[in-house]
Design a protein around this ligand. Structure first.
Ligand SMILES: [Zn+2]
Length: 337
């Protein structure tokens, strides 16, 4: 709760934005987050218009269909009127999962948007991947924790009817576990059509530990200032982020970065090949990545922080050219620090 009040205090100091943030943050609660993540991890039944069931993974085609239907209905329920659903062939790295190539299902990205008030052509994208690595792998931390955060935040923006200066995109990627297939598809197309994505915030594994294991990875060259901004927010929220410029978090952020978009990835470390110093979540990519390993109060606090970063990035009046965006000016002007 400490973080929650710290957030309130910080955002209370924003003059115009104060009321919006307060409305937004009241919808980011542990009970909302918990309800979502229990359904994503097969602890509770998913009930949709087209089917009912518990999902033991987000891998088997039947489970994926139910999960997609759940995400779509959860977004429609709070008033999103159109959901973009893009089917794409899974990358070749998917082949090892299916004996018969004919059985390889398509991937499917899901997106909803909220129009910007003034700078509608400038996009702030918040995304998480919803697939897991295999049958009976519920992927509670990787990455139901991130999906629940993005869905909770998307719903909060709609419920609170908060519109920001920039356009907001909430993204649910498929195929991250198979070569970042969904995000690669999306960002390659975005680059070709010249989409003005000002920041992609990727969320992948945020729910396990209240210790200082959460990291924010970013590329300092195009986006030094957003790193400094998150660092400042982090310090004041006392959440114990470790910020790592340049660190190669292997997740959908790679797709954003490779296509030239400013990207921040918020994550907990899993077991990484050839880097045993970073073992902090031993259940990574195993059937034991289950909901009981997570700390849902902590995950909700991290979700609030991510909501704050998303809101601030979408709301600031700064022109926000990547080269000269001034963190100090932003903080001084909008957070009254
Ligand atoms: Zn992941």
């Amino acid at each position: 709760m400490k973080t929650f009040f710290a957030l309130l205090v910080i955002f209370q100091s924003i003059n115009l934005a104060h009321a919006s943030w307060e409305r937004l943050s009241t919808h980011i609660t542990q009970s909302t987050y918990q309800d979502i993540i229990e359904r994503l991890t097969g602890v509770r039944y998913i009930v949709t218009k087209s089917g009912v069931g518990k999902v033991r993974d987000r891998f088997a085609p039947d489970n994926m269909n139910l999960i997609r239907q759940y995400l779509i209905e959860s977004l429609f329920d709070v008033g999103f009127s159109s959901i973009d659903s893009e089917l794409f062939p899974m990358s070749s790295q998917g082949k090892r999962y299916w004996e018969d190539e004919q059985e390889r299902p398509d991937g499917q990205n899901l997106t909803v948007e909220m129009e910007g008030r003034q700078h509608d052509q400038e996009i702030i994208l918040l995304g998480a991947h919803y697939d897991t690595t295999g049958i009976n792998r519920p992927g509670a931390n990787d990455n139901a924790s991130g999906v629940a955060a993005v869905l909770t935040i998307a719903q909060a923006f709609r419920k609170a009817m908060v519109q920001t200066n920039r356009r907001l995109l909430f993204f649910f990627f498929d195929g991250e576990e198979r070569g970042f297939a969904g995000s690669r598809r999306f960002f390659e197309k975005a680059r070709r059509r010249g989409a003005n994505i000002r920041l992609f915030i990727n969320v992948d594994m945020i729910g396990h530990s209240p210790q200082a294991l959460l990291r924010a990875s970013y590329d300092p060259r195009p986006f030094k200032s957003i790193g400094a901004f998150i660092e400042e927010v982090n310090r004041r929220f006392d959440l114990g982020f470790r910020l790592e410029a340049w660190r190669e978090h292997m997740s959908d952020n790679q797709s954003g970065k490779r296509n030239g978009f400013p990207t921040v990835s918020i994550f907990e470390d899993g077991r990484q090949k050839n880097d045993f110093r970073t073992i902090t979540y031993p259940y990574y990519h195993t059937p034991e990545d289950t909901l009981d390993k997570l700390d849902l109060q902590y995950a909700t606090e991290v979700t609030r922080l991510i909501a704050g970063i998303t809101y601030a990035a979408a709301e600031t009046e700064e022109t926000w050219e990547t080269a000269d965006f001034s963190c100090a000016r932003y903080l001084a002007g909008h957070f009254n620090l």
